[in-house]
Design a protein around this ligand. Structure first.
Ligand code: NMX
Ligand code: MLT
Length: 454
């Protein structure tokens, strides 16, 4: 039986949904595995670090743990052991929709168990009871210059709610380490429930003449998001697909890592997620999806609005590379094949918008870009990533303000990183603090053929 101190203190969520009780069971079963690994097997070597990894962004160094997703370079992402098609097939679907409840994916990422439809609906109810965004968040957003980037607004809105943190409150009152996960879970769930409305508010305020649409509590998260954005069906399914696809990509990507790093100081979820969103806002990470769209628009502009020939496209790609820019949406730090998230969206396009010129152009790029990148000889992975395809779908359904695309990525990414930091606190993961060295040291160790390990 759970010790009294571990009983969940937010009765509301325990009564509405069984997720928290399940999570506690899972946490209690998992803790002894971590204790054993650290105490009995802690000195077993699992990796070593070379000078180019030290200078080159720690690529491929195994020094983070997560059980929520794993990224195989050749296969792509698995959420809790399931591929993308397996995940979509397993999770309960919203009636009349081809895609699952986002709320079901939250349950799945948190616990590793596929929820029943009733469990998914209970999460949807729980989210609704937490969804009201404080008025001061809207006031903060309205006080910002209207030309502020939507990612800046999104990050500011998140951090502005830090005063709501139950984790910070409970920590200042003095709580046991074994209890940390509980208010962290509460903060993460409260945040996740509010993010869709915050994102939609930013969109409508900034791009739709300041005409926010009130939430419809009868709808699931994806359906309500589409409603608040002002887009008719099937945008609800686009939202569900998009949020699930972008949810998690193991722990080393910048948004997940930044969230984890900040949370490792026992900063609360509001500080941590805002940091992760700031990382996502970089063009080498989540902002690439807006870059892809502006780049594709340039292709059309330069060619007078028509589809290019293969030769014209090849020249455009080479011009991009020769001007010192990257081909946005191509390459990856881990993947060494076409991103299955790209494939999943490609299949959606083939079914729903097969003749759309922009989709045709994306396919043409897919045909020529890998060979060009190989010939260029720099990128280790010449294949497309998630961002190469996602903007086209948004554009087709009327979301043409591509500055907003990374906010969509951010709402989806929150599912994974918030589940991760809940588990970080449950398993007592340490303050993250890798060791740095100087260039002199690297040169000395290089001359000696390697650093002498004790
Ligand atoms: N176009 C041109 N050059 C590239 C590309 C590309 N798409 N991808 C990698 N390179 C270059 C890279 O700039 C580097 O050049 P240099 O040696 O001059 O610094 C070289 O190839 C080696 O880089 P890699 O080891 O292949 O890639 P890395 O792990 O450093 O970076 C990305 C991964 C994703 C940042 C990189 O492939 C890239 O910049 N891609 C374009 C931007 C993009 O699509 N980002 C989105 C990633 C997914 N996401 O959503 O986060
Ligand atoms: C992601 O989804 O986070 C990106 O593909 C980047 C990464 O995994 O490094």
């Amino acid at each position: 039986m759970a010790p009294v101190a571990e009983k969940t203190d937010e009765r509301r969520s325990a009564t509405v949904s069984n997720l928290k009780a399940k999570l506690l069971e899972k946490i209690q079963a998992h803790r002894p595995r971590i204790t054993k690994l650290v105490k009995e097997q802690g000195k077993i070597v699992i990796d070593n670090v070379t000078i180019d990894q030290c200078i080159g962004g720690a690529r491929d160094v195994r020094c983070l743990v997560t059980d929520i997703s794993y990224l195989d370079p050749l296969e792509g992402i698995r959420f809790r052991g399931k591929t993308i098609p397996e995940t979509f097939a397993a999770l309960p679907k919203v009636p009349g929709s081809e895609y699952p409840y986002v709320e079901a994916h939250w349950f799945f990422l948190m616990t590793g168990d596929v929820p029943t439809k009733e469990e998914a609906l209970a999460i949807a109810e729980d989210f609704k009871s937490r969804a009201q965004v404080p008025q001061y968040v809207f006031d903060v957003l309205r006080a910002m210059p209207r030309d502020t980037h939507p990612m800046t607004m999104f990050s500011a809105a998140i951090v502005s709610m830090q005063r709501e943190s139950l984790f910070a409150k409970r920590y200042s009152e003095g709580m046991k380490k074994t209890e940390y996960w509980d208010p962290m879970y509460e903060d993460c769930t409260n945040l996740m429930a509010k993010l869709p409305e915050i994102a939609a508010y930013i969109y409508r305020m900034k791009f739709k003449g300041d005409t926010p649409i009130a939430s419809n509590p009868k709808l699931d998260l994806g359906g309500n998001f589409a409603h608040m954005m002002g887009f008719p069906k099937p945008y609800d399914d686009v939202a569900r697909m998009y949020f699930i696809l972008h949810s998690d990509h193991e722990s080393g990507n910048v948004s997940a890592h930044a969230t984890h790093l900040v949370a490792s100081t026992l900063s609360d979820a509001y500080f941590a997620l805002s940091a992760g969103i700031n990382g996502l806002a970089g063009p080498l990470h989540g902002l690439a999806n807006q870059e892809v769209l502006s780049w594709i628009q340039d292709v059309f502009k330069q060619l007078g609005g028509k589809l290019p020939t293969e030769e014209e496209l090849k020249k455009f790609l080479w011009d991009t590379l020769n001007s010192g820019k990257v081909i946005p949406g191509y390459g990856h730090a881990v993947l060494r094949k076409t991103d299955p998230r790209y494939v999943s969206q490609m299949e959606f396009c083939q079914k729903n918008l097969p003749d759309y010129p922009m989709f045709k152009l994306v396919n043409m790029i897919y045909k020529v870009a890998p060979d060009i990148l190989r010939e260029h000889g720099k990128a280790k992975n010449p294949w497309p990533n998630v961002d190469a395809q996602s903007g086209v779908i948004q554009w087709y359904y009327g979301l043409t303000e591509y500055d907003f695309y990374t906010v969509l990525f951010g709402v989806g990414r929150a599912l994974g990183v918030l589940a991760n930091i809940t588990w970080d606190r449950a398993l007592g993961y340490a303050l993250e603090r890798p060791k740095s060295v100087t260039t002199d040291m690297l040169e000395k160790w290089a001359a000696e053929g390697g650093r002498k390990l004790a």
